[in-house]
Design a protein around this ligand. Structure first.
Ligand SMILES: Nc1nc2c(c(=O)[nH]1)N1CN2[C@@H]2O[C@H](COP(=O)(O)OP(=O)(O)OC[C@H]3O[C@@H]1[C@H](O)[C@@H]3O)[C@@H](O)[C@H]2O
Length: 263
């Protein structure tokens, strides 16, 4: 269904568009709207696929903009209930293990757009209307305004803007810095929370089972996060090894001492 790219695409350092991209987008949209969250059953997946493709086809893949994705965001727009938003940084697998069990909570992947785009790559070319399956630009080796990086920045910003009540973030306490100002969470999401809608950010600093406790709620990087949040008139709270998430980590390591008593 999707024609192979002509050989005359510009060469980039990153992997090309995910094979069968259009079919994957359509299939994931139907799975999400008809099975995962049937309250969104009326969403037009054919239109969502068409608008997603239009967001990057025939465009320079080093000049992607937030505006490119506005029609898609409006089409796929959904409301996340107050107190149910979960951000993450360097803890993707653990954050999603938790929201898979605690299905009332939403990470960006638990929304339609995040569910559709997760782990996909895509790009086009200003000189062609075809998908580039050979290669796509990367932030590190080519340009930061590539279609995938701009997409995640744009939808992460909207995800934060739409959040309300108490919001949560899963951080990695086994890193030297659990909070990194340069991360999407640190660079985009915390700056787009609305203080009139979001009254508290609750951080869960999780340590790998048996891993080093490099960072914790009392560390300098978390104090940095607290200062940014407090300056925005949002209350900051922090828990080391938040118990419900800790239980999930212990499922894989039931015999580890930190799992056998007092978690
Ligand atoms: N598949 C997803 N990717 C991303 C999401 C997301 O929700 N889903 N992102 C960002 N993102 C991409 O992941 C890496 C950085 O991760 P990583 O370095 O682990 O953490 P980040 O804080 O940069 O990004 C995670 C944060 O932003 C949203 C999500 O709502 C989380 O609260 C970088 O390429 C981002 O563009």
């Amino acid at each position: 269904m999707w024609p192979r790219s002509p050989p005359n695409h510009k060469e980039w350092q990153g992997s090309g568009t995910t094979a069968h991209f259009g079919d994957i987008v359509l299939g994931r949209c139907y799975t999400y709207t008809q099975i995962v969250r049937p309250e969104l059953r009326d969403k037009d997946c054919q239109k969502i696929q068409e608008v997603f493709l239009k967001s990057f086809l025939s465009k320079d893949p080093c000049d992607a903009t937030e505006q490119d994705y506005q029609p898609l965001i409006e089409l796929a727009n959904q409301t996340v209930p107050c107190n149910k938003t979960v951000f993450w940084s360097k803890t993707k697998e653990l954050a999603h293990q938790y929201t898979r069990v605690q299905q009332a909570l939403f990470t960006l992947e638990n929304t339609l757009l995040g569910y559709i785009a997760d782990d996909l790559s895509w790009c086009g070319d200003s000189g062609s209307s075809e998908i580039n399956y050979q290669s796509c630009p990367t932030r590190r080796d080519n340009c930061s305004s590539n279609p995938v990086s701009v997409f995640w920045n744009t939808v992460s910003k909207r995800f934060a803007e739409d959040a309300c009540g108490v919001v949560h973030v899963v951080l990695n306490g086994s890193l030297n810095e659990a909070f990194d100002r340069r991360s999407t969470f640190g660079r985009v999401e915390i700056h787009n929370l609305h203080p009139k809608k979001v009254h508290t950010l609750q951080a869960w600093v999780m340590h790998d089972i048996g891993g080093v406790r490099s960072d914790s709620c009392s560390s300098s990087s978390i104090r940095d996060l607290k200062s940014i949040i407090s300056e925005r008139n949002i209350t900051f709270t922090c828990q080391n090894n938040y118990r419900p998430v800790r239980f999930l980590q212990c499922v894989k390591n039931p015999e580890h001492p930190s799992c056998t008593s007092g978690i």
